[in-house]
Design a protein around this ligand. Structure first.
Ligand SMILES: [Cu+2]
Length: 234
């Protein structure tokens, strides 16, 4: 009896454990993307040197051939029975490289740590805020070991990370209470796998362009692998 109950909570009604679906897709930016400002980084000679001959551009909105980078795509309405038993032990890596954060947007599971690395030969400080409230502010000298920093135990929180030494440096860690999310790269592509049959709200989140959502249905057989497309416009 106890086993039956456990199974009943582990698998949503109507879903079969062996029938897992996937959502793959692309995030587009249609029309002319906003112009990326040229960053002035000569206040720090190290940063300016990593620019080489071509000045670096702001990374708030990065569009490559109509595809939008740095969009976190996630299941928004929860995934009954698939909640994690705790955050993954492996932290999510945020690198400070050439005086930029890489990546610009990461997704984390509630409670998962952020490993912040300094790959630069200059001093950074790592300043985290959630909704304007400080979470930590750490000095990070060259060759210092990675920092293991708390994110947040609360789904939907957005942890904003900045460097007060280099005001153009900004990154975002977006919190989920499940593992069903992905962040787009230069190709605008995302893939979320391992979903049971069901109806989901799929949300796209971008730091400055905002959120969009749609309803998707994972069915059986061929209807288990669906494609989705989000489109942002100027
Ligand atoms: Cu910095």
């Amino acid at each position: 009896m106890f086993t039956t109950l456990l199974l009943a909570t582990a698998i949503p009604r109507g879903a079969r454990a062996d029938n897992v679906g996937s959502i793959t897709g692309t995030v587009l930016f249609e029309g002319d993307p906003p112009e990326r400002a040229t960053l002035r980084r000569d206040a720090d000679a190290y940063c300016a040197k990593t620019d080489g001959k071509t000045p670096r551009l702001a990374d708030e909105v990065v569009v490559t051939r109509g595809k939008l980078r740095d969009v976190l795509v996630r299941i928004k309405n929860g995934t009954p029975g698939l909640a994690l038993k705790g955050p993954p032990a492996t932290p999510v890596l945020l690198d400070q490289k050439d005086c930029m954060y890489a990546p610009h947007v990461v997704g984390v599971v509630a409670g998962q740590k952020l490993a912040v690395r300094n790959s630069d030969g200059t001093f950074h400080n790592v300043h985290g805020q959630i909704a304007g409230k400080n979470t930590w502010n750490k000095p990070h000298a060259p060759k210092d070991p990675d920092l293991a920093l708390d994110t947040s135990p609360k789904a939907d929180d957005v942890l904003e990370v900045r460097c007060d030494v280099h005001p153009w440096m900004k990154a975002y860690a977006v919190v989920q209470d499940h593992p069903f999310f992905a962040v787009t790269g230069d190709d605008g592509a995302f893939a979320i796998k391992g979903l049971p049959v069901g109806t989901y709200t799929l949300e796209a989140w971008h730091p400055t362009l905002g959120s969009k959502s749609m309803t998707v249905k994972i069915g059986t057989g061929k209807r288990g692998a669906i494609t989705a497309r989000f489109s942002y416009k100027p």
